[in-house]
Write a protein of this length. Structure first.
Length: 234
């Protein structure tokens, strides 16, 4: 059965955000705007199943880009079951960060339904989230998942709290029913340089390779190329 990917638009906003540049090894420095991978993570935090895939198509910046410099304490170790706990004074590190302040975005994405006959084994989310893929149903249809996402959005439901780059920067979200009736994004136009698009899990599931694209902000809008496009450098 042939079908079309259905577009959805959500608005997210928060007090702080940090979409970390991978070239910064020690200090956390954010990109100017949200990355496609972070936008995809917000959609997946609200709704994700092995039968669907989110494709980010457009990002609208709704508030002027503002920065804030923060110096904070971080712990350099990870607690484990075998450890006897962490002594904060020995593991503490002071790091500076350049974060975004008072952000708001409209995120446009397509919900892509994957037919059972073309659905690969779900490995990436199994590795990240620690769950096992269940047996796939043969009577699934895209309309089922479109309806589930809309109902969850209207009720404010999510699998995990969506966040803006870092888990401590949680965000509010709402479904945008008619994007044409919403206020226009900011009028700024500039070249943002190469930006992280997403991680490529096809070759190596445990150590995915980053993919980048040239991000251009045109009157507050970033048009995100397709993953298969030549504009995405893998």
């Amino acid at each position: 059965m042939e079908h079309w990917n259905k577009p959805f638009c959500i608005e997210v906003k928060g007090e702080y955000a940090c979409f970390t540049r991978p070239e910064m090894k020690v200090e956390r420095v954010s990109y100017d705007v949200i990355t496609p991978s972070a936008a995809r993570g917000i959609f997946e935090a609200i709704f994700w199943k092995p039968a669907i895939r989110w494709r980010i198509r457009k990002i609208e910046v709704l508030k002027p880009i503002k920065w804030v410099s923060v110096r904070r304490n971080e712990v350099a170790q990870t607690a484990s079951e075998r450890s006897q706990g962490i002594f904060i004074e020995d593991a503490r590190q002071q790091r500076a960060g350049l974060f975004l302040r008072d952000v708001a975005y409209r995120l446009h994405a397509e919900l892509e339904f994957i037919p059972p006959s073309k659905r690969p084994e779900v490995k990436r989310h199994s590795l990240q989230d620690g769950w096992e893929a269940t047996e796939l149903r043969k009577d699934e249809n895209p309309g089922k998942y479109y309806g589930i996402f809309e109902r969850r959005m209207r009720k404010g439901q999510c699998f995990s709290q969506p966040y803006l780059g870092c888990r401590e920067f949680s965000c509010e979200f709402r479904l945008v029913e008619n994007p044409a009736d919403e206020p226009a994004p900011i009028s700024e136009t500039c070249d943002l340089g190469f930006m992280l698009y997403d991680l490529d899990f096809e070759k190596n599931l445990k150590e995915p390779a980053p993919a980048f694209f040239r991000a251009c902000l045109e009157n507050g809008v970033i048009n995100v190329p397709a993953w298969e496009s030549e504009e995405v450098r893998k």
